[in-house]
Design a binder for this molecule. Sequence first.
Ligand SMILES: Cc1ncc(COP(=O)(O)O)c(C=O)c1O
Length: 418
Amino acid sequence: MLPDEFATSQRLGKDEVSMLASKYGTPLFVFFEEELRRRVRMVREAFKWFSKGVSVAYSIKANFNPSILKVFISEGCHFDITSLGELYFYLRSGGDGGKVIYTSVSEEREELLEALRKGVRRFVVSSSNGLKNLRLAIEESGARPEVLLRVNPEVDVKASVKASHKFGALLEMEGEESAGRMIGLMRDWGLDFSGFHFHLGSQITDPSCFREALRKLASFSRDAGLDGFRVMDVGGGLPVFYDEKVPSLEDFSEAIREGFEPMVDEFGVEELVVESGRYLSAYAGSLITKVVNLKRERGKKLVFLDAGYHILLDAVLLDQAYPQYSFTEGGEEEIELFGKLCDSSDFFPISPASRLKGLEIGDYVVFENVGAYSLVFSLPFHCYPKPPVVMKTGDGEYRLIRKGEGLEELFEEEGGLL
Ligand SMILES: Cc1ncc(COP(=O)(O)O)c(C=O)c1O
């Protein structure tokens, strides 16, 4: 059994899986409302040492299912949003523009103007062209949003995905894309420069990079002669357990505290934003799959599931091993798990936390911790339509939160009726 933090608080049992599979078919994603709520509360609890104000922000990119957004909205989360499409989903799900942190990658003027018109009041800028576009959009809209500067602190990050120099201003005083110049421009243009943001990577395995990044930022702010700033937004990176032990939430909170607390007195920071997508949604999602074929070869059992990397892309992109389990007992043969795509890369690495035994055609295999960066990457490879998604609500009910796509719908989507 995994320690509480590294496991979902809810697990699908055998009868539940059979019932859900016969009702909705497989593959089937199942989300646990209670687990979504629990993770938000765990992050708040871990950062409660900063009594002035901690905002837990959910990064919609990890999973934009409207029912999931509604749960996070009702938990009072803030939202890290990167595109007008995400903003649309958030607002249509009942969100309020005042809780958005808009961090565009392309930073186009029309986009920023539209976000302002939709009520967004906090923007993160990452390039000098983006800053110019934001200024134009602000002038045109007449709004006065907060502007955070995204910086690239250039620290050593140990993570499965490291944020590259594509993002953020350099912590230097001179140069077109330097933080010093961009803060100067914000002042000259009368914008409300309210603080800093950085995102160091995803699935970070050593929290010390947060401490280093915050220290570098403090030293830059001192050199730049800043009297103060209100907001410090530390991007995602809180890791999820897949196949090896990761540092705990407390380890991250401690490293951030060591870097952040000295800034509070020196620069008068009033709000710490902790912005995660993966940590908040991953543990709340499971995927039910079925064994549809198998062969025995050189003492190994090669098991074919009715899933594939078209619905769990990180299995192939990042070689990510999700903890899997089955309900069968049986031989101790070594098992390899394959998907049903016509591609040799379509296999599922097995996590040391997996419990897979037996496995015959018709058995179910459940993948855990698949709630982030899974549904959002769904691809209709081989004309496989998107699977349905069910949520187990706080009352223990099962609610369909996304219909499985039919073949005719896919045909139409792909232009079949044009
Ligand atoms: C700006 C920003 N914030 C937060 C996140 C969320 O990171 P994670 O899902 O690792 O928590 C990302 C992910 O790419 C990001 O780009």
